[in-house]
Design a protein around this ligand. Structure first.
Ligand code: GDP
Length: 529
């Protein structure tokens, strides 16, 4: 075991930022980068959002609907740590993509709009975090507005998360009377000043809760906050780091991202509280992050990030060892060897050639379809990691090409978009059956139709389908499975990795078939590998 690898792993922090749309995720991301010194000018994440729109047509959809379709990765150095921040699409129709991003992180930062409290999309994401025991840090945003009572927000979080919320800071006033936040643990108040360009060095701090200056300057707002803090100290549990790491407690911070307020505390919490990369469970064995040999998993594939080059970038989360530019890597699924030279990292948002990467880092490997979602890369060992989920679609549409001469382009486009996870593509075995698209959210169909047109020059016709659910099927032995497939051919389709699925038009139909064939297992989720 190399001590260099161990010390590089120890200083990694990899987290996802999650929220309901409009809670302030983009703003906070930008401010985290600003405070870490990764960008000089506030506004560049927004600018990046804008330039992405400009450079890639399909992102128009994102702009039009004000939602974030694609997730992205940013790396920054802060104090002695390398922080990898993975953005997630907030819109529920893209939750599958988000779930997969959550498999690649060690912690999550949840942003809550203090006026709206815990919103539906946040709840779904939290369920995924909870299922994986991902530690969560909570940031309650927009205290510069008239918002909900902080005590109410805390109980809402506790109710939805099913975990204890432990405030690290507490707001003094809100909206017009917002005076700042009191740092409960350091026993000092950070006074609020509006402004976007301010950094931490010009902070106005007042030491001590009993300091008469606070009461003098903030009167009633402070008296109220003081009572609330006393209440919390008496009633709320002590912060317990082990309970946080186990996903049983969340530290809570208050602030206003747009005013750069409360951001420093969150950044420090990421370094001080969030865990470094831990071991990862593979089918074969437990993989330690500081093992000398490299391994990593493709958790996301994005096509055509750069429209000038029709490339696809596979996002790989490093699980162990050291990645070096030019090294040979084996794809476990196919046994093929690749030797990528133009692997990129995402330091301060620029795509930069990566020289080295360690567990927790995300590297981007441009390729032309060699790498699929869920693929494992190693230095030769055959490894499969579990847990990258595909969910059985709940909506189906049949797809045909308007111009039959472009059938090939349609297939290419759908294969690529399917491999990227933008949509699930099923090929029914029934002769003459049009390809079927399966989605978790309606918006996915629109994005796919738009991308087929702009990226592949295909006008696709989407038609309603008689199917309303799919189940992947397996059996104890291949013969039993094949027999089932043969006798139900009209309802069988294969997905992009040739996994067979049974398609039904109703729950009732599915139940009948399940009773008829007790030897067949019907799965609502397919784990890659
Ligand atoms: P996202 O959809 O979660 O990425 O949210 P954005 O970061 O795009 O923010 C949504 C809106 O809230 C934008 O208009 C922001 O300017 C605004 N916003 C973000 N943070 C704050 C804040 O602290 N106070 C106020 N008043 N508005 C904010």
């Amino acid at each position: 075991m190399s001590s260099l690898i161990a010390s590089e792993v120890a200083r990694r922090r990899t987290f996802a930022i999650i929220s309901h749309p409009d809670a302030g995720k983009t703003t906070l991301t930008e401010k985290l980068l600003l405070f870490a010194g990764a960008i000089q000018i506030a506004g560049s994440v927004k600018a990046r959002k804008a330039s992405r729109h400009a450079s890639s047509d399909w992102m128009e959809i994102e702009k039009q609907r004000g939602i974030s379709v694609a997730s992205s990765v940013m790396q920054m150095e802060y104090r002695d740590c390398v922080i990898n921040l993975l953005d997630t699409p907030g819109h529920q129709d893209f939750s599958e993509d988000t779930y997969r991003v959550l498999t690649a992180v060690d912690a999550a930062l949840m942003v809550i709009d203090a006026a709206n409290g815990v919103e539906p999309q946040t709840i779904r994401l939290l369920q995924v975090c909870r299922a994986r025991n991902t530690p969560i840090i909570t940031f309650i945003n927009k205290l510069d507005r008239e918002v909900q009572e902080p005590l109410n927000l805390l109980s809402e979080i506790e109710a939805h998360l099913g975990m204890d919320a432990v405030p690290f800071s507490w707001p003094v006033g809100m909206g017009r009377s917002f005076g700042g936040v009191f740092d409960i643990r350091r026993d000092r108040m950070r006074v609020f000043r509006a402004g976007q360009e301010r950094r931490s060095d010009d902070d106005d701090l007042i030491e001590g809760r009993n300091n008469p200056e606070i009461a003098q300057r903030f009167g009633d707002a402070f008296a109220k906050a003081n009572d609330e803090i006393e209440l919390i100290e008496a009633a709320a549990p002590e912060f317990d780091h082990a309970a946080f790491l186990a996903g049983k407690q969340t530290p809570v911070f208050f602030g206003s991202a747009i005013n750069n307020f409360g951001v420093q505390e969150v950044l420090d919490a990421l370094v001080d509280l969030a865990p470094p990369p831990g071991p990862r469970e593979a089918v074969q064995r437990l993989v330690q992050p500081d093992e000398p040999k490299f391994s990593g998993v493709v958790f996301k594939v994005q096509a055509n990030m750069d429209p000038a080059h029709r490339d696809r970038v596979a996002f790989v989360r490093v699980s162990s060892g050291e990645f070096n530019r030019g090294m040979r890597l084996k794809v476990s699924r196919t046994g093929k060897e690749i030797r990528p030279n133009n692997v990129v990292s995402f330091l301060s948002q620029r795509r930069e050639l990566v020289e080295q990467a360690y567990a927790g880092d995300v590297i981007g490997i441009p390729n032309h379809g060699v790498l699929h979602l869920g693929d494992v890369l190693t230095e030769g060992e055959n490894l499969q990691f579990t847990g990258l989920p595909f969910f059985a679609p709940e909506l189906f549409q049949a797809v045909e090409v308007k111009d039959p001469l472009r059938t090939k382009q349609l297939r290419t486009g759908l294969t690529q978009l399917g491999e990227e996870g933008a949509i699930q593509v099923f090929r029914p075995i029934a002769a003459g059956g049009a390809l079927l698209l399966g989605a978790v959210g309606q918006l996915q169909f629109e994005v796919v139709a738009h991308r087929l047109k702009t990226e592949y020059g295909v006008e696709a016709r989407m038609m309603s389908s008689r199917y309303s659910l799919a189940r992947w099927i397996t059996a104890g032995d291949a013969k039993t499975l094949q027999k089932f497939i043969d006798s139900n051919a009209a309802n069988i389709a294969y997905d992009v990795v040739e996994a067979p699925a049974f398609l039904a038009s109703s729950q009732a139909q599915l139940r009948v078939v399940q009773e008829l064939y007790p030897d067949i297992t019907f799965h609502t989720m397919r784990e890659h590998g």
